[in-house]
Design a protein around this ligand. Structure first.
Ligand code: 2AM
Ligand code: CA
Ligand code: CA
Ligand code: CA
Length: 260
């Protein structure tokens, strides 16, 4: 299959921009909120409506593509052959419900398992992060430079609340050696912090739609994205995701090895 990454990026940006505008316009509407796996795992009518719309648009423009969507409007996908879109309609649903900021819309496009276009819209800040290996990474129209390859000790570390609270995978030890922990509550927003060099790394237990878009942009900028064992991420299962500068990644790997 031949695809035009630029064309995919252009379309994704237009659809996500419109979806983001819709979310901003309806930010203070009454929501129908339901729980999923636990009381802090939420889904709203807006998550569902946004995914439904994005999936429809992708299907219309790319009928041959497969879609993996968080809220179930996509396809049952067994392998990564061909063009695959990962859709997270609202990343940080808890923030969408409670904070009314720090949530994102994300789509990652992969061709035969290789990332070609990632888009993350930080909806309330109105910052569209987009890019891929063929054209670099941008925040709106401004190109993002690769972050400096700094040490764990020299920067902030984004972490997920549950991992830090339970000190899983020695996360508290990584944090102790860093400049401090940040818990934003949106994998997408955390990815945008790391690709801008605001945070030095981020670690969380995530699903493929949580990391698909961010991984493409992070790798394009020379950041390291693996699971907690240092292995490549499996795009069809949940993973303990570690994204960091190369040096920070190496230092975190050393800490986990010392403990095992
Ligand atoms: P979500 O809002 O799209 O579900 C903080 O909760 C971050 O972890 C968010 O990016 C959230 O994405 C993601 N996440 C992944 N699995 C989750 C789960 N089971 N419960 C809550 N958040 C989850
Ligand atoms: Ca969710
Ligand atoms: Ca998510
Ligand atoms: Ca979501």
């Amino acid at each position: 299959m031949t695809v035009n990454s630029w064309q995919i990026a252009t379309k994704l940006k237009i659809w996500i921009q419109a979806a983001g505008q819709h979310l901003r316009q309806h930010l203070y509407d009454d929501l129908q909120v339901a729980t999923k796996s636990n009381r802090n795992d939420l889904v709203t009518n807006m998550d569902k409506a946004t995914e439904k719309l994005l999936v429809q648009e992708i299907r219309q423009a790319f009928p041959e593509a497969k879609i993996i969507g968080e809220e179930g409007f996509g396809d049952k996908v067994a392998d990564l052959s061909g063009l695959v879109f990962f859709v997270d309609p609202i990343d940080g649903t808890m923030n969408f419900v409670k904070e009314k900021e720090n949530f994102a819309i994300m789509i990652g496009a992969y061709l035969d398992g290789k990332g070609i276009v990632g888009v993350i819209l930080d909806v309330v800040r109105q910052k569209m992060f987009w890019g891929g290996p063929e054209f670099g990474v941008y925040c709106n129209d401004i190109q993002i430079k690769p972050p400096k390859n700094i040490d764990l000790a020299a920067g902030l570390l984004g972490v997920s609340g549950p991992l830090l609270r339970q000190n899983k995978y020695h996360v508290a030890d990584f944090v102790a050696q860093s400049s401090g922990a940040r818990i934003i509550g949106s994998a997408g927003v955390e990815f945008t912090k790391v690709i801008q060099g605001i945070e030095n790394g981020y670690i969380s237990h995530l699903m493929p739609w949580d990391f698909a878009a961010g991984k493409i942009m992070a790798e394009t900028l020379g950041l390291k994205v693996t699971n907690i064992d240092g292995d490549p991420l499996n795009m069809l299962s949940s993973e303990i995701v570690l994204i960091a500068t190369e040096r920070t990644h190496q230092q975190i790997m050393t800490i986990t090895r010392e403990h095992s």
